[in-house]
Design a protein around this ligand. Structure first.
Ligand SMILES: C[S@@+](CC[C@H](N)C(=O)[O-])C[C@H]1O[C@@H](n2cnc3c(N)ncnc32)[C@H](O)[C@@H]1O
Length: 346
Protein backbone atom coordinates (compact mmCIF):
# COMPACT_ATOMS: atom_id res chain seq x y z
CA UNK A 1 0.00 0.00 0.00
CA UNK A 2 1.36 3.45 -0.90
CA UNK A 3 1.57 6.40 1.51
CA UNK A 4 0.79 9.94 0.41
CA UNK A 5 1.39 13.41 1.80
CA UNK A 6 -0.84 16.22 0.58
CA UNK A 7 0.44 19.76 0.97
CA UNK A 8 -2.43 22.08 1.80
CA UNK A 9 -2.56 25.25 -0.27
CA UNK A 10 -1.19 28.29 1.59
CA UNK A 11 -4.34 30.20 0.65
CA UNK A 12 -6.40 27.57 2.49
CA UNK A 13 -4.38 28.23 5.62
CA UNK A 14 -5.11 31.94 5.23
CA UNK A 15 -8.85 31.39 4.73
CA UNK A 16 -9.50 28.69 7.29
CA UNK A 17 -6.63 29.35 9.71
CA UNK A 18 -6.59 26.44 12.17
CA UNK A 19 -9.28 24.49 10.28
CA UNK A 20 -7.55 23.98 6.90
CA UNK A 21 -6.16 20.54 7.80
CA UNK A 22 -9.35 19.25 9.40
CA UNK A 23 -11.46 20.41 6.43
CA UNK A 24 -9.03 18.62 4.11
CA UNK A 25 -9.31 15.47 6.24
CA UNK A 26 -13.12 15.70 6.01
CA UNK A 27 -13.09 16.24 2.23
CA UNK A 28 -10.76 13.24 1.76
CA UNK A 29 -13.09 11.27 4.06
CA UNK A 30 -16.12 12.03 1.85
CA UNK A 31 -14.05 11.19 -1.24
CA UNK A 32 -13.05 7.87 0.27
CA UNK A 33 -16.55 6.84 1.32
CA UNK A 34 -18.17 7.81 -2.01
CA UNK A 35 -16.38 7.32 -5.36
CA UNK A 36 -13.31 5.63 -3.90
CA UNK A 37 -15.22 2.90 -2.02
CA UNK A 38 -13.10 3.13 1.12
CA UNK A 39 -9.80 3.09 -0.77
CA UNK A 40 -8.13 5.75 1.40
CA UNK A 41 -7.13 5.09 4.97
CA UNK A 42 -8.25 7.71 7.46
CA UNK A 43 -6.37 10.90 6.60
CA UNK A 44 -4.63 12.86 9.36
CA UNK A 45 -2.57 16.01 9.80
CA UNK A 46 1.13 15.25 10.12
CA UNK A 47 4.17 17.48 10.48
CA UNK A 48 7.18 16.50 8.30
CA UNK A 49 10.40 18.48 8.73
CA UNK A 50 8.43 21.31 10.29
CA UNK A 51 5.84 21.53 7.48
CA UNK A 52 2.20 20.48 7.96
CA UNK A 53 0.78 17.89 5.54
CA UNK A 54 -2.33 15.75 5.46
CA UNK A 55 -1.22 12.15 5.08
CA UNK A 56 -3.06 8.97 4.09
CA UNK A 57 -2.50 5.52 2.63
CA UNK A 58 -4.13 3.76 -0.30
CA UNK A 59 -3.50 2.04 -3.61
CA UNK A 60 -4.43 4.94 -5.85
CA UNK A 61 -4.90 4.32 -9.56
CA UNK A 62 -5.19 7.09 -12.16
CA UNK A 63 -8.90 7.64 -11.50
CA UNK A 64 -8.38 7.90 -7.75
CA UNK A 65 -5.50 10.34 -8.26
CA UNK A 66 -7.76 12.38 -10.55
CA UNK A 67 -10.21 12.76 -7.68
CA UNK A 68 -7.49 13.64 -5.15
CA UNK A 69 -6.16 16.27 -7.59
CA UNK A 70 -9.42 18.18 -7.33
CA UNK A 71 -9.58 18.27 -3.53
CA UNK A 72 -10.25 21.95 -2.85
CA UNK A 73 -7.19 22.55 -0.67
CA UNK A 74 -4.70 20.39 -2.64
CA UNK A 75 -1.54 22.31 -3.49
CA UNK A 76 0.86 19.43 -4.12
CA UNK A 77 0.84 15.67 -3.59
CA UNK A 78 3.80 13.44 -2.77
CA UNK A 79 4.11 9.69 -2.67
CA UNK A 80 6.29 8.67 0.27
CA UNK A 81 8.71 6.07 -0.92
CA UNK A 82 10.80 5.79 2.20
CA UNK A 83 11.42 7.56 5.44
CA UNK A 84 12.82 10.66 3.81
CA UNK A 85 11.88 10.45 0.13
CA UNK A 86 8.94 12.42 -1.27
CA UNK A 87 8.12 11.70 -4.93
CA UNK A 88 5.98 14.49 -6.48
CA UNK A 89 2.77 13.23 -8.08
CA UNK A 90 1.30 15.16 -11.02
CA UNK A 91 -2.11 16.61 -10.13
CA UNK A 92 -4.42 16.54 -13.15
CA UNK A 93 -7.09 19.06 -12.22
CA UNK A 94 -10.38 19.52 -14.03
CA UNK A 95 -9.70 23.27 -14.33
CA UNK A 96 -10.25 24.30 -17.94
CA UNK A 97 -10.27 28.13 -17.66
CA UNK A 98 -7.86 30.72 -16.24
CA UNK A 99 -8.26 30.94 -12.48
CA UNK A 100 -8.74 34.72 -12.44
CA UNK A 101 -12.33 33.86 -13.42
CA UNK A 102 -12.76 33.13 -9.72
CA UNK A 103 -10.67 35.86 -8.21
CA UNK A 104 -11.24 39.05 -10.23
CA UNK A 105 -14.60 39.97 -8.72
CA UNK A 106 -14.21 41.21 -5.17
CA UNK A 107 -17.19 42.35 -3.14
CA UNK A 108 -18.69 42.27 0.31
CA UNK A 109 -20.65 39.05 0.87
CA UNK A 110 -18.61 37.00 -1.64
CA UNK A 111 -18.31 33.37 -0.67
CA UNK A 112 -14.66 32.40 -0.44
CA UNK A 113 -13.56 30.58 -3.61
CA UNK A 114 -11.86 27.67 -1.87
CA UNK A 115 -14.87 27.09 0.34
CA UNK A 116 -17.11 27.24 -2.75
CA UNK A 117 -15.02 24.50 -4.39
CA UNK A 118 -15.21 22.41 -1.22
CA UNK A 119 -19.01 22.77 -1.09
CA UNK A 120 -19.34 21.90 -4.78
CA UNK A 121 -17.00 18.91 -4.47
CA UNK A 122 -18.67 17.28 -1.49
CA UNK A 123 -22.17 17.84 -2.88
CA UNK A 124 -21.32 16.26 -6.22
CA UNK A 125 -19.41 13.45 -4.47
CA UNK A 126 -22.57 12.65 -2.46
CA UNK A 127 -24.65 12.49 -5.66
CA UNK A 128 -25.14 9.54 -8.00
CA UNK A 129 -23.27 11.56 -10.66
CA UNK A 130 -19.96 11.39 -8.75
CA UNK A 131 -18.52 8.57 -10.92
CA UNK A 132 -19.00 10.85 -13.97
CA UNK A 133 -17.43 13.97 -12.50
CA UNK A 134 -13.99 13.52 -14.08
CA UNK A 135 -15.33 12.75 -17.55
CA UNK A 136 -18.74 14.39 -18.18
CA UNK A 137 -20.14 17.88 -18.16
CA UNK A 138 -22.44 17.79 -15.13
CA UNK A 139 -25.25 20.31 -14.53
CA UNK A 140 -25.20 22.31 -11.32
CA UNK A 141 -27.62 24.93 -9.98
CA UNK A 142 -26.82 27.58 -7.38
CA UNK A 143 -30.30 28.84 -6.47
CA UNK A 144 -28.95 31.83 -4.47
CA UNK A 145 -25.89 32.55 -6.58
CA UNK A 146 -25.07 36.19 -5.69
CA UNK A 147 -22.38 37.38 -8.09
CA UNK A 148 -21.63 33.89 -9.26
CA UNK A 149 -18.76 32.35 -7.26
CA UNK A 150 -20.31 28.86 -7.53
CA UNK A 151 -21.24 29.42 -11.19
CA UNK A 152 -17.64 30.33 -11.99
CA UNK A 153 -16.29 27.26 -10.16
CA UNK A 154 -18.75 25.06 -12.08
CA UNK A 155 -17.59 26.60 -15.39
CA UNK A 156 -13.98 26.15 -14.27
CA UNK A 157 -14.66 22.39 -14.09
CA UNK A 158 -16.13 22.53 -17.61
CA UNK A 159 -19.65 21.84 -16.32
CA UNK A 160 -22.95 23.54 -17.14
CA UNK A 161 -23.92 26.20 -14.60
CA UNK A 162 -27.28 27.71 -13.69
CA UNK A 163 -28.09 30.30 -11.07
CA UNK A 164 -30.81 32.40 -9.47
CA UNK A 165 -30.71 35.43 -7.26
CA UNK A 166 -33.24 38.11 -6.48
CA UNK A 167 -30.70 40.87 -5.93
CA UNK A 168 -30.73 43.04 -9.04
CA UNK A 169 -27.29 44.54 -8.40
CA UNK A 170 -25.84 41.02 -8.16
CA UNK A 171 -27.53 39.90 -11.37
CA UNK A 172 -26.35 43.01 -13.24
CA UNK A 173 -22.80 42.71 -11.93
CA UNK A 174 -22.50 39.09 -13.08
CA UNK A 175 -24.22 39.76 -16.42
CA UNK A 176 -21.64 42.51 -17.05
CA UNK A 177 -18.67 40.52 -15.75
CA UNK A 178 -18.85 37.15 -17.50
CA UNK A 179 -19.23 38.29 -21.16
CA UNK A 180 -16.46 40.86 -20.60
CA UNK A 181 -14.15 38.24 -19.10
CA UNK A 182 -14.82 35.87 -22.02
CA UNK A 183 -14.07 38.69 -24.44
CA UNK A 184 -10.81 39.59 -22.66
CA UNK A 185 -9.75 35.94 -22.82
CA UNK A 186 -10.74 35.77 -26.51
CA UNK A 187 -12.88 32.72 -25.87
CA UNK A 188 -15.61 31.98 -28.42
CA UNK A 189 -19.02 32.59 -26.88
CA UNK A 190 -22.51 34.00 -27.24
CA UNK A 191 -24.28 35.96 -24.49
CA UNK A 192 -27.84 37.27 -24.34
CA UNK A 193 -30.05 38.81 -21.69
CA UNK A 194 -33.81 38.57 -21.97
CA UNK A 195 -37.01 38.85 -19.97
CA UNK A 196 -37.89 35.86 -17.86
CA UNK A 197 -41.57 35.09 -18.46
CA UNK A 198 -43.83 32.29 -17.28
CA UNK A 199 -47.54 31.96 -18.06
CA UNK A 200 -47.78 35.52 -19.38
CA UNK A 201 -46.21 37.17 -16.33
CA UNK A 202 -42.70 38.57 -16.00
CA UNK A 203 -40.72 36.81 -13.26
CA UNK A 204 -37.49 38.77 -13.80
CA UNK A 205 -34.61 38.68 -16.28
CA UNK A 206 -32.20 36.03 -17.46
CA UNK A 207 -28.71 35.75 -18.89
CA UNK A 208 -27.78 32.91 -21.24
CA UNK A 209 -24.18 32.27 -22.22
CA UNK A 210 -22.64 29.53 -24.34
CA UNK A 211 -18.85 29.22 -24.47
CA UNK A 212 -16.08 26.91 -25.50
CA UNK A 213 -12.58 26.51 -24.12
CA UNK A 214 -10.97 26.59 -27.61
CA UNK A 215 -11.81 27.41 -31.23
CA UNK A 216 -11.69 23.72 -32.06
CA UNK A 217 -14.15 22.87 -29.27
CA UNK A 218 -16.48 25.65 -30.48
CA UNK A 219 -16.33 24.34 -34.06
CA UNK A 220 -17.08 20.83 -32.83
CA UNK A 221 -20.09 22.08 -30.84
CA UNK A 222 -18.44 21.04 -27.59
CA UNK A 223 -19.77 23.96 -25.55
CA UNK A 224 -20.47 24.85 -21.93
CA UNK A 225 -23.67 26.68 -21.03
CA UNK A 226 -24.51 29.13 -18.29
CA UNK A 227 -27.92 30.52 -17.49
CA UNK A 228 -28.72 32.72 -14.59
CA UNK A 229 -31.96 34.41 -13.64
CA UNK A 230 -33.02 37.40 -11.59
CA UNK A 231 -35.81 35.74 -9.65
CA UNK A 232 -36.89 34.52 -6.24
CA UNK A 233 -35.41 31.14 -5.38
CA UNK A 234 -38.81 30.00 -4.15
CA UNK A 235 -39.88 30.12 -7.81
CA UNK A 236 -36.86 28.11 -9.03
CA UNK A 237 -39.02 25.25 -10.27
CA UNK A 238 -40.78 27.68 -12.65
CA UNK A 239 -37.50 28.88 -14.12
CA UNK A 240 -35.61 25.64 -14.87
CA UNK A 241 -36.57 22.22 -16.20
CA UNK A 242 -37.59 19.55 -13.69
CA UNK A 243 -35.13 16.74 -12.95
CA UNK A 244 -32.37 18.44 -14.94
CA UNK A 245 -29.59 19.00 -12.36
CA UNK A 246 -26.98 16.66 -10.88
CA UNK A 247 -26.51 18.94 -7.88
CA UNK A 248 -27.94 22.01 -6.19
CA UNK A 249 -25.21 23.90 -4.35
CA UNK A 250 -25.65 27.13 -2.43
CA UNK A 251 -24.26 29.34 0.28
CA UNK A 252 -27.43 30.37 2.11
CA UNK A 253 -27.89 33.83 3.64
CA UNK A 254 -26.24 33.89 7.05
CA UNK A 255 -28.95 35.90 8.76
CA UNK A 256 -26.44 38.58 9.75
CA UNK A 257 -25.73 42.01 8.30
CA UNK A 258 -22.92 41.96 5.73
CA UNK A 259 -22.06 45.66 5.65
CA UNK A 260 -24.67 47.27 3.45
CA UNK A 261 -25.83 43.92 2.07
CA UNK A 262 -28.64 42.62 4.25
CA UNK A 263 -29.04 39.36 2.35
CA UNK A 264 -30.78 40.62 -0.76
CA UNK A 265 -34.34 41.17 0.28
CA UNK A 266 -34.35 38.41 2.81
CA UNK A 267 -36.97 39.25 5.40
CA UNK A 268 -37.26 35.88 7.05
CA UNK A 269 -34.86 33.58 8.87
CA UNK A 270 -32.51 31.39 6.82
CA UNK A 271 -34.37 28.28 8.07
CA UNK A 272 -37.73 29.64 6.91
CA UNK A 273 -36.29 30.52 3.51
CA UNK A 274 -34.81 27.01 3.17
CA UNK A 275 -38.13 25.46 4.14
CA UNK A 276 -39.96 27.43 1.47
CA UNK A 277 -37.34 26.95 -1.26
CA UNK A 278 -36.35 23.28 -0.80
CA UNK A 279 -39.41 21.65 -2.43
CA UNK A 280 -38.71 23.55 -5.69
CA UNK A 281 -35.00 22.73 -5.60
CA UNK A 282 -35.75 19.03 -5.09
CA UNK A 283 -38.06 19.03 -8.11
CA UNK A 284 -35.17 20.35 -10.23
CA UNK A 285 -32.81 17.54 -9.15
CA UNK A 286 -32.40 14.30 -11.04
CA UNK A 287 -33.04 11.18 -8.98
CA UNK A 288 -29.72 10.54 -7.21
CA UNK A 289 -28.92 14.27 -7.32
CA UNK A 290 -27.71 16.03 -4.17
CA UNK A 291 -28.43 19.31 -2.40
CA UNK A 292 -25.53 20.89 -0.48
CA UNK A 293 -26.12 24.05 1.54
CA UNK A 294 -23.62 26.13 3.50
CA UNK A 295 -25.29 27.47 6.63
CA UNK A 296 -24.44 29.65 9.58
CA UNK A 297 -25.00 27.42 12.61
CA UNK A 298 -25.85 30.46 14.75
CA UNK A 299 -29.00 31.12 12.72
CA UNK A 300 -29.52 27.70 11.17
CA UNK A 301 -28.68 24.81 13.54
CA UNK A 302 -27.41 21.66 11.80
CA UNK A 303 -30.08 19.30 13.12
CA UNK A 304 -32.89 21.69 12.11
CA UNK A 305 -31.45 22.04 8.61
CA UNK A 306 -31.02 18.24 8.25
CA UNK A 307 -34.62 17.77 9.43
CA UNK A 308 -35.78 20.17 6.68
CA UNK A 309 -33.86 18.14 4.07
CA UNK A 310 -35.42 14.91 5.36
CA UNK A 311 -38.83 16.62 5.37
CA UNK A 312 -38.73 17.10 1.59
CA UNK A 313 -37.74 13.47 0.99
CA UNK A 314 -33.96 13.88 0.78
CA UNK A 315 -31.67 11.35 2.47
CA UNK A 316 -29.38 13.40 4.75
CA UNK A 317 -25.67 12.56 4.67
CA UNK A 318 -24.37 12.71 8.22
CA UNK A 319 -21.45 10.31 8.74
CA UNK A 320 -18.32 11.44 10.61
CA UNK A 321 -16.76 12.70 7.36
CA UNK A 322 -19.79 14.85 6.50
CA UNK A 323 -19.79 16.16 10.08
CA UNK A 324 -16.23 17.43 9.67
CA UNK A 325 -16.92 20.71 7.86
CA UNK A 326 -17.89 23.01 10.72
CA UNK A 327 -15.49 25.97 11.01
CA UNK A 328 -15.37 29.53 12.26
CA UNK A 329 -15.64 32.40 9.78
CA UNK A 330 -15.92 35.30 12.22
CA UNK A 331 -17.62 36.16 15.50
CA UNK A 332 -21.09 36.04 13.96
CA UNK A 333 -20.63 33.10 11.60
CA UNK A 334 -19.90 29.47 12.47
CA UNK A 335 -20.19 27.81 9.08
CA UNK A 336 -21.15 24.23 8.25
CA UNK A 337 -22.38 22.18 5.28
CA UNK A 338 -25.62 20.19 5.26
CA UNK A 339 -26.27 17.65 2.53
CA UNK A 340 -29.11 15.46 1.29
CA UNK A 341 -29.58 13.13 -1.68
CA UNK A 342 -32.75 12.64 -3.74
CA UNK A 343 -33.54 8.92 -3.64
CA UNK A 344 -33.55 6.96 -6.87
CA UNK A 345 -36.64 4.86 -7.62
CA UNK A 346 -36.11 1.22 -6.59
C1 LIG B 1 -24.36 34.19 1.13
S1 LIG B 1 -24.98 35.02 -0.27
C2 LIG B 1 -24.33 34.07 -1.62
C3 LIG B 1 -23.09 34.70 -2.17
C4 LIG B 1 -22.58 34.01 -3.43
N1 LIG B 1 -22.18 32.64 -3.19
C5 LIG B 1 -21.42 34.82 -3.99
O1 LIG B 1 -20.25 34.46 -3.75
O2 LIG B 1 -21.65 35.85 -4.63
C6 LIG B 1 -26.68 34.61 -0.26
C7 LIG B 1 -27.46 35.11 -1.46
O3 LIG B 1 -28.84 34.72 -1.30
C8 LIG B 1 -29.61 35.66 -2.02
N2 LIG B 1 -31.01 35.50 -1.63
C9 LIG B 1 -31.57 35.71 -0.41
N3 LIG B 1 -32.90 35.46 -0.46
C10 LIG B 1 -33.18 35.04 -1.72
C11 LIG B 1 -34.36 34.63 -2.40
N4 LIG B 1 -35.54 34.57 -1.77
N5 LIG B 1 -34.28 34.29 -3.71
C12 LIG B 1 -33.09 34.36 -4.37
N6 LIG B 1 -31.93 34.73 -3.78
C13 LIG B 1 -31.98 35.08 -2.48
C14 LIG B 1 -28.98 36.98 -1.64
O4 LIG B 1 -29.31 38.00 -2.59
C15 LIG B 1 -27.49 36.63 -1.62
O5 LIG B 1 -26.89 36.95 -2.86
Amino acid sequence: MSSYALLVSPSANRVYAQSAASLTVAELGVLSETVLDGLLSEARPESVAGVEYVTFEGDLDERALGHVANVSTAFALFERTGDAAFRPVQLKRLDCLDDDLLTILKYQGKTNELFTQLLLNVTVLASASAPRMLTDRLRVLDPMCGRGTTLNQVLMYGWHASGLDLDEADFDAYAAFLPRWLQDKRLKHTAATSKLRRDGRTLGRRLDVELATSKEAWAAGDTITLSTALADTREAAEVFRAASFDAVVTDAPYGVQHGSRSGGGLHRSPLELLKEALPGWVRLLRPGGAVGVAVNLRTCPRDDALALLAGVGLEPRDTAAYRGFEHRVDRAIQRDIVLGVKPRPV
